[in-house]
Design a protein around this ligand. Structure first.
Ligand SMILES: [Mn+2]
Length: 327
């Protein structure tokens, strides 16, 4: 069991006692994951620790334009000389160690930094704060504790983390504390208009054309409370899009007034349908995903179903309509 703390001090001290630290985050990293890693790498250097950033998967398109992004290495296993040189693993945003999706991390002491409720409290030291708006804000607190002045690049990376995790300061976690940290980051050199361009304005032509294809399939059910949309292999082909081009599509039907549940079906490979579900309030779409072998959270869940997309759509929609009628 880790030494658990809600304050940055023990985390700074543990990091400072390393010589060479591997920094990592969860598979399919988001802005908070990558921004926190890049900011923490600078803090590590300021403490005399050599950082190595390793992720399993590439970062979201556009974030690779962020200063420091080029230092992120992609690996599925840490072994050999790389492992030999490492004396600390720092996990950011990983409620469990295996969320990193990288083999070998358990062979070194771990500093676990996270803001997810229900973090498994693994590692030697765990800096956990489920009231933090982003892990990037926790890293920012570590800078302050260490009395190390963040460079404009570190401030930018921390701002990427904070602004993406708060949905551009629109979500419930856009607390006074989030705005206070944001003010400090901007004062230290982060430029919100630049970060916004990386986060929101680096879409591929295929993803925009695919949105058009998807919108042609949009169906509203249950008096407008349920929105259903899909993309099949033909739609991908016509749009010149890839599987990665679907990332934000589900957010579009959600913006329709009155929609409580959004269902998005994606068929990229033959016979395999990926279903994403979003809901508002207490409607629990995880329960629907679980019926089809998937999982997730109350308001965001998903599953992968083998079958033909039309049949999958009928089955999932039936389950969602039952949920909406009950709720
Ligand atoms: Mn986060």
């Amino acid at each position: 069991m880790a030494r658990v703390t809600g304050e940055p001090g023990p985390a700074v001290e543990r990091l400072a006692s390393a010589r060479r630290a591997l920094l990592t985050s969860h598979a399919s990293p988001d802005g908070d994951a990558v921004g926190s890693e890049i900011a923490l790498a600078e803090l590590a250097r300021g403490l005399g620790v050599e950082p190595v950033i390793v992720n399993r998967d590439p970062m979201p398109a556009g974030l690779d334009l962020m200063p420091g992004a080029g230092a992120v290495r992609l690996l599925e296993t840490v072994e050999g000389d790389l492992l030999e040189g490492i004396d600390l693993v720092v996990t950011l945003e990983c409620p469990e160690l295996d969320r990193a999706g990288i083999e070998g991390l358990d062979r070194r002491p771990i500093l676990n930094i996270d803001h997810h409720r229900g973090n498994a409290r693994y590692g030697e030291v765990a800096f956990l704060d489920d009231t933090a708006p982003a892990v990037g804000e926790m890293v920012w607190r570590m800078f302050r504790h260490a009395a190390i002045e963040p460079s404009p690049e570190a401030a930018t990376a921390a701002f990427v983390a904070l602004s993406t995790d708060t949905g551009d300061f629109r979500y419930g976690n856009a607390t006074p504390r989030a705005f206070e940290a944001a003010a400090e980051m901007v004062a230290a050199g982060a430029r919100p208009e630049q970060v916004s361009e990386w986060v929101h304005e680096q879409k591929t032509p295929g993803s925009i054309r695919l949105l058009g294809e998807a919108l042609r399939t949009l169906e509203l059910l249950a008096g407008g409370r349920v929105a259903v949309m899909q993309v099949d292999p033909e739609a991908f082909r016509r749009a010149g899009a890839t599987a990665a081009d679907t990332d934000d599509l589900i957010d579009v039907p959600r913006t329709i007034a009155g929609v409580r549940v959004t269902v998005f079906l994606k068929q990229w490979e033959p016979g395999v349908v990926r279903v994403s579900l979003r809901s508002r309030g207490t409607l629990d779409v995880r329960s629907v995903a679980a019926r089809f072998g998937g999982g997730g959270h109350t308001n965001a869940a998903g599953c992968t179903i083998h079958g033909e997309i039309g049949a999958v759509r009928r089955d999932v929609v039936r389950a969602v309509l039952e949920l909406v009628e009950e709720g």
